[in-house]
Design a protein around this ligand. Sequence first.
Ligand code: MF3
Ligand code: CO
Length: 237
Amino acid sequence: MSRPCRIVGEVLESLRGVVRPGVTTKEIEDYADSRIAALGGISAFRGYRGYPAGICVSVNEQVVHGIPSSRRLVEGDLVSVDVGVFKDGFFGDAAISLPVGNIGGEDARLLSVTEEALYLGIAQAVEGNRLYDISNAIQRHVEGNGFSVVRLFVGHGIGRQMHEEPQIPNYGQPGQGPRLKRGMALAIEPMVNAGSHEVRVLSDGWTAVTLDGRKSAHFEHTICVTDDKPEILTKAG
Ligand code: MF3
Ligand code: CO
């Protein structure tokens, strides 16, 4: 799994230098597509249940699954990029959210709380813990900071398929759910809304947006459960 995941990490890292005011979301996709190919991977998303693009780019009130377009980013936007790669029989999946130029203080807090929630969730992914220990760590940090956790979408097991058992909600009771075992690969992905947790899907059949129109952030890593510290697979080398 380290091969597809390493590619995902490298591509996301390189996108940090691409996201800026004036760039279109399609240009971000084109850049990612060429990096994925150069690193020997294949987009896991293109064609998945008919998804029409190589990556997902979700702006502001778009929560996840935004389809790249001719939309130009402007200063103050908050953009989430989600990259999935298939290589040598296995999948990797990760996402980051980035500020476009200078963003407001509340939006910056939304980004940092969501990323912190991801790492607090990952820290729970150790052998012997229960699945919803991950969920609960995420939920507590998000709600403790006055934001809300999206419930309609969840994290997931990952391996020879992009989506495997178990589903990983970003809310739940500690000490509940299946026991975690070493070797499990999990895509942990908090989606956090500034306002209400409610989302709806646009008529394109993909783009999920907040019902109240407020902003949303998304961070994701593919990790491997060990008997000690979880191994984050989707890091840049
Ligand atoms: N990372 C997302 C997920 O785990 C994106 C997949 S949606 C796709 O579900 F259709 F674009 F593939
Ligand atoms: Co995922």
